[in-house]
Design a protein around this ligand. Structure first.
Ligand code: HEC
Length: 177
């Protein structure tokens, strides 16, 4: 009985270690990371973040696209109370900004406009999002998500990874406070 148990445990650890190695070899982890976010953001192809927003977060192919290097110009920044709210409680403000942005990324503008209702997010302080903001629903990002799904990357992990990458594009230095 003990022998069998030992065998089972051994094979369990072997599988776990092998799985870990495979994941490490690919330089990939199924928890949010800026590296994963950068890979996803910079995916080439139709309607990727890169396509619309540009590699530095500005100057992409879509002229109405938000400037990702200037978070203070974002609609969510205004809806959450802007600079005053940020100055008052940076931690809470950034948590709310992350939550709203992650939802926008996962659902895209049309669904987000219709369904995002969080205390503290005041739509009357801004306009609805331009439907061109597809977030992760754009073709290239959707293909990336499909590919990494089997590696355990959920849309939430993907969007939180993007959030970490956005902090590296931020020229106002507010996202990493
Ligand atoms: C088809 C073009 C397109 C794609 C693809 C796209 N965006 Fe956007 N994005 C836009 C446009 C246009 C806006 C401006 C929306 C507005 O202000 O109404 C925007 C706005 C934003 C904002 C500002 C949100 C705010 O609160 O104002 C962020 C952050 C953002 N995009 C990140 C991303 C990321 C990250 C990706 C990739 C997962 C992405 N976008 C994919 C066009 C796009």
């Amino acid at each position: 009985m003990r022998k069998i148990l030992a065998k089972v445990m051994n094979s369990f650890f072997f599988t776990a270690t092998l799985g870990f190695c495979l994941v490490s070899v690919q330089g990939f982890s199924a928890s949010p990371s800026a590296k994963t976010g950068a890979g996803l953001y910079n995916t080439k192809g139709a309607n990727s973040c890169l396509f619309c927003h540009g590699i530095t977060g500005e100057g992409g192919n879509v002229k109405d696209a938000a400037d990702l290097s200037q978070p203070k110009t974002w609609k969510a920044w205004a809806a959450l109370g802007g600079d005053a709210a940020f100055a008052k409680d940076k931690k809470a403000f950034l948590a709310a900004l992350k939550k709203a942005s992650v939802d926008l990324l996962i659902t895209g503008a049309i669904r987000h406009n219709a369904s995002y209702k969080e205390a503290g997010f005041d739509w009357s302080k801004t306009k609805k999002y331009n439907a061109q903001m597809m977030g992760l629903t754009g073709t290239a990002s959707a293909a990336w998500l499909k590919k990494y799904k089997e590696k355990g990357v959920t849309p939430e992990i993907a969007a939180e990874s993007i959030w970490l990458h956005l902090a590296t594009l931020d020229k106002q230095g507010v996202l990493s406070e």
